[in-house]
Design a protein around this ligand. Structure first.
Ligand code: SAH
Ligand code: SF4
Length: 345
């Protein structure tokens, strides 16, 4: 059993059933999440018999670290699961903090036509401990403290709801990594029934929500994102306009900008109409497309990118251009599958 798959209450149950004190759970959680210790023998304040029980029954790491691939602004970490799949995690250096982009699945079943992760379909969901271990190991290996976690690596987090939910609990609880909920972001392709569930889930409702909108009309969105055939854009937008938000919090609409596909001024105006009178509820992040060798899409010229941003601002919508980091190591949004294809990293 991997110890990072349990919440505090679950650990207390396990330990008490074996005749150990409740507070042993606090001690061990502190060693793992606060001090980053991943070896039971180093946990010097635990009695010998308890350490023996831990050693015989639990592991701390769920993934095997393979290698790190640094570039100037980010670093990709590759791990292998017990059953041989590669998990990719990207550590991003921001101006004054570090953000970790974690994966929630091996591959993805959603099938967006522009995204490299979609190419092989879904292999399987990651378990809670495999999500948590990405952060635990990256912090240990790199020696940095991560401040923000974004679920923007491989996979669709809301298609792996239970495991992601428990991971969010461990990320944000005081006994876990104790990250602020506003520093954890779930990015989703917009699975409506799961968004409804998230809205009223005490663990999930206060984390940042980013929705990959990517196109301003049903027709265009359907061709880029097949999920839109069943999760209609109008229904998605209606839900987002009513989604419960704390004061001053906004929903991010991510918009991957692809040359000749969704980058015309008309597209921008249509997005303005889609947002309608809810301008203060949303902000738009434009992500200039990161090309992938076997996919036919390209990135627009810089003038077009800036022009789109200008149109949104002129219409009262906050809009930021997010040049994804890590492109040189194929670690940027939508490029996370390099290793399968033998692309040199
Ligand atoms: N499945 C989730 C989270 C992972 S994808 C989602 O779709 O939101 C994270 C972001 O990367 C999404 O906004 C997605 O639209 C974007 N993306 C995918 N492929 C991309 C590419 N090649 N270039 C730039 N952004 C891309
Ligand atoms: Fe999956 Fe997100 Fe890629 Fe779409 S963009 S295929 S939902 S990972």
């Amino acid at each position: 059993m991997v110890i990072t798959s349990y919440t505090k209450d679950e650990l207390i149950d396990l330990f008490v059933n074996r005749g150990f004190e409740r507070y042993r759970a606090d001690q061990i959680l502190k060693w793992i999440y606060k001090k980053g210790i991943t070896d039971f023998e180093t946990m010097t304040d635990l009695p010998k018999d308890f350490r023996k029980y831990l050693r015989e029954n639990f592991k701390i790491n769920a993934l095997n670290f393979i290698k790190r691939v640094p570039s100037s602004d980010s670093e990709k970490f590759l791990f292998k699961t017990e059953d041989g799949y590669i998990v990719e995690t990207v550590l991003i250096k921001e101006r004054d903090h570090f953000t970790l982009c974690v994966s929630s699945q091996i591959g993805c079943a959603i099938g967006c036509t522009f995204c490299a992760t979609a190419i092989d379909g879904l292999k399987r969901n990651l378990r809670t401990e495999e999500i948590i271990d990405q952060l635990l190991q990256v912090q240990k290996i790199s020696g940095v403290k991560v401040r923000n976690v974004v679920f923007m690596g491989m996979g669709e987090p809301l298609a792996n709801y239970e495991n992601v939910r428990k991971a969010v609990e461990i990320l944000t609880m005081p006994w876990g990594f104790d990250l602020s909920k506003r520093r954890v972001t779930i990015s989703t392709s917009g699975i409506i029934h799961q968004l409804r569930r998230m809205a009223y889930d005490p663990v999930m409702s206060e984390v940042n929500l980013a929705v990959s909108i990517n196109a301003p009309s049903q027709g265009k969105r359907e061709t880029l994102m097949p999920i839109c055939k069943t999760n209609k854009l109008s229904q998605l937008m209606n839900l987002l306009k009513e989604y419960p938000l704390k004061p001053y919090r906004r929903i991010t609409l991510e918009y991957v900008l692809i040359k000749g596909i969704n980058d015309s001024p008309e597209d921008a105006l249509e997005l303005v109409r889609l947002i309608g009178r809810h301008k203060k509820r949303f902000k738009v992040n434009i992500i200039p497309y990161n090309p992938y060798p076997t996919l036919p899409y390209r990135r627009p010229e810089p003038e077009n990118i800036i022009n789109l941003q200008r149109i949104l601002w002129e219409n009262g919508i906050s809009c930021f251009i997010r040049f994804s980091k890590g492109q040189k190591v194929f670690g940027a949004c939508g490029q996370l599958r390099a290793e399968y294809e033998g692309v040199k990293v």
